[in-house]
Design a protein around this ligand. Structure first.
Ligand code: PLP
Length: 384
């Protein structure tokens, strides 16, 4: 059976162009970028060239890019870095952030910091007005993601950045779902700190970056050598950085994705009754569609589609044996039942119109099958 991948928001394949660069760099560039001999200097040059490539993608200066092990570390460095340096105060974030931000906030609360979690509206947008209502005189940091990983809903960052400027807070955004896929310019977004992750846009797992605007001071997470201008200790992952730099120039690979996503979404809505797009009213990432199917368990859909050769995901998390509904969909006001009936389709380079058409068929078949055996979907109680 052919397997088709529609889970690019979880991770994406290493792009062939990147793989070639990565293999060359792993084979040839093995010096430590801190060494003063020839091998070290070659590594250093490659590292700095990669930094310039990432900076060009973000519209910033190379020295403002700190390489990290991925998105989680970049988010942690941003949040702990700002709050622990100040040593007290208040942080504003949203209740639909990725766990890399939410669980870092939980730890900050345990350390005595105060956090306000702003809820999105029913279309999944955190408005600048809602953020403004949450700020206090001691707000030191505002962190709101660029696009949500489950719904793809894009956030009005320029307005939120303006609120941060008004109240003198640092503004961080988790751009893990957008950087490398759609244009992301830190100056236009008004970000002081921005996280990105290589494995979401064609680089391997284990490399990411945090943009740190010149003048923003961070307390490091790791103590060791004086790497990355003393913002991130540890021998640099030069091949990873080189791969990230190469992937940063491949945004065009994501160019035609919107057409495929729209074909998928319209095809499903036309074929399947009682299906609804979560976040439909908002501006969304061109590759993401989150759809709820009345009367169906999202987890059952994921398994059913996998058996038919299609990899998708549900935002639900399995904890202590029970399926927990997505915190993102709950934050948007969905009932636990509706949240549990949602499935995320996320497209990327390599997906084709034929795969999309096959997926539409598979979704229609799975829904019919699952509704036939579903106890909650009794004809007449759900409006088809
Ligand atoms: N933030 C968002 C929005 C994400 O989607 C992810 C990964 O799924 C992360 C952070 C974590 O990134 P990484 O897997 O590189 O640690």
């Amino acid at each position: 059976m052919q397997h088709s991948y529609f889970d690019h928001n979880a991770t994406s394949a290493v792009a062939p162009e990147v793989l070639q660069t990565l293999a060359g760099s792993m084979a040839e560039v093995y010096g430590n970028a801190s060494s003063i001999h020839h091998f070290g200097q070659v590594a250093k040059q490659r590292l700095e060239a990669a930094r310039r490539e990432v900076a060009a993608m973000l519209g910033c200066e190379a020295r403002e890019v700190v390489f990290t092990s991925g998105g989680t570390e970049a988010d942690n460095l941003a949040l702990f870095g700002v709050m622990r340096r100040i040593g007290g105060g208040h942080l504003v974030t949203s209740s639909m952030e990725h766990p890399a931000v939410l669980n870092a906030c939980g730890q900050l609360e345990r350390e005595g910091f105060e956090v306000t979690y702003v809820a999105p509206d029913e279309s999944g947008v955190v408005s600048a007005a809602a953020v403004r209502r949450a700020v206090r005189t001691d707000t030191a940091l505002i962190s709101v993601m660029h696009a949500n990983n489950e719904t793809g809903v894009l956030q009005p960052l320029a307005g939120i950045a303006a609120v941060a400027r008004e109240c003198g807070a640092v503004f961080h955004t988790d751009a893990v779902q957008t950087a490398g896929r759609i244009p992301v310019n830190v100056r236009e977004l008004g970000a002081d700190l921005l996280s990105l992750s290589g494995h979401k846009f064609g680089a391997p797992k284990g490399i990411g970056a945090l943009y740190v605007r010149k003048g923003v001071e961070l307390r490091p997470l790791l103590y060791g050598g004086r790497h990355e201008r003393e913002r991130r200790a540890g021998t640099e992952n030069v091949p990873g950085a080189v791969a990230l730099g190469r992937a940063a120039g491949l945004g065009a690979l994501w160019g035609g994705i919107a057409t495929l996503r729209d074909r998928l979404e319209q095809g499903i809505l036309a074929r399947v009754p009682a299906a609804h797009v979560n976040g439909a009213g908002a501006e969304r990432m061109p590759n993401t569609s989150n759809i709820r199917f009345d009367g169906i368990e999202g987890e059952a859909m994921v398994i059913s589609l996998d058996l038919r050769g299609f990899a998708v995901s549900s935002g639900s998390a399995c904890s202590s044996g029970a399926v927990e509904p997505s915190h993102v969909l709950l934050a948007m006001g969905l009932s636990p039942e509706d949240a549990r009936s949602s499935v995320r389709f996320s497209l990327g380079p390599g997906n084709t119109a034929e795969q999309v058409d096959g997926l539409i068929e598979a979704v229609a078949g799975s829904v019919t099958h699952l509704r036939r055996i579903s106890t909650s979907f009794v004809k007449g109680t759900v409006n088809v």
